[in-house]
Design a protein around this ligand. Sequence first.
Ligand code: ADP
Ligand code: DP6
Ligand code: CO
Length: 354
Amino acid sequence: MANPSIYHATATAPVNIAVIKYWGKASTKLNTPTNSSLSVTLSQDDLRTITTASCSASFESDALWLNGAPHDVNNARSQACFAELRALRQAKEDKDSSLPPLSTYKLHLISENNFPTAAGLASSAAGFAAFVRAIADLYELDESPTELSRIARQGSGSACRSLFGGYVAWEKGSREDGHDSLAVQVAPESHWPTMRAAVLVISDAKKGVSSTTGMQATVATSSLFPNRANVVVPARMEAMKKAIAEKDFETFAELTMADSNSFHAVCLDTIPPIFYMNDTSRAAVRVVEEINRSAGKKVAAYTFDAGPNAVIYYDEANQDIVLGTLKKATAATPGWSDKYAHIAAAVPEGFNEV
Ligand code: ADP
Ligand code: DP6
Ligand code: CO
């Protein structure tokens, strides 16, 4: 018998960096959040995942190679993504018997991140968005980005927001089955095309506490956390949507920095405490404070995910002062390196519709 065919598809996905952070799960099974969140999707020119999905009757098990090394897929979250995508493919095959039965074949994924993995730069977001996109393309599914975001959320929560460009909310939803916990585009990149992000990679080391583990510990032990999730963030989500609608950078910056600080405060309030920021991260905060003080208004906004690395949002109009000061500071601060300074624009709407 001839060798069975191998079917392939390749997709890329960008990272997104939240300005109102997701931290806390309402259901670990469904991977639904305790609060809604909002992010900006960055350009794929700098930070991106590329994933090739293949399937064949000859493959014996599902497998993933991440950055050249075998990586576990026998976990509930990867399996949930496989199951959802296979069910959609199966429905297509049931309607059209001329289609090859890809839904019955094992999947092999080969993925590469061109930026540090598990270091607080949203590798799980780009990673699971590309994972879902690549398999959806392989299966020739015509599900919308919204529907794919519901699947990607089950791989990693933040991944649902990487299915869209521009400004994206993950609405936590209220249904028991998690069906309405998905991403929606708040505004396309073209609404505020002068938004820029400087990414300062302070350390490319894998974090000591994964986001999944860290947020579960916070929910279980932090006494500050309920107020953040139930009171502070809902009000900030509304204020942030308004700031984006009005392209009000000062309010955007105030909310972004306040929410990053609130998130790291509940990490510190976790037992035992979780330290994602380090001395160099705190130096970056002081540089941004100094940029804003000398400008006499907020022209730069820092935010830190679950890791030490800084993302600094600014408007292109203030590029000289923001990047000029950051460059001087990074040259003078041990632990900062020029080779790690990336500038990423927000990505255009429909970035993935190749
Ligand atoms: P990060 O801050 O980088 O998102 P997380 O702790 O949230 O860190 O998640 C890191 C994990 O995400 C990795 O250990 C890996 O399991 C998964 N991941 C990262 N990149 C990919 C990828 N390209 N494909 C599949 N899974 C990925
Ligand atoms: C601090 O989406 O990585 O980056 O759903 O457990 O995979 P899991 O967590 P993940 O958490 C991201 C946390 C954050 C904030 C954010 O991106 O909103
Ligand atoms: Co993550």
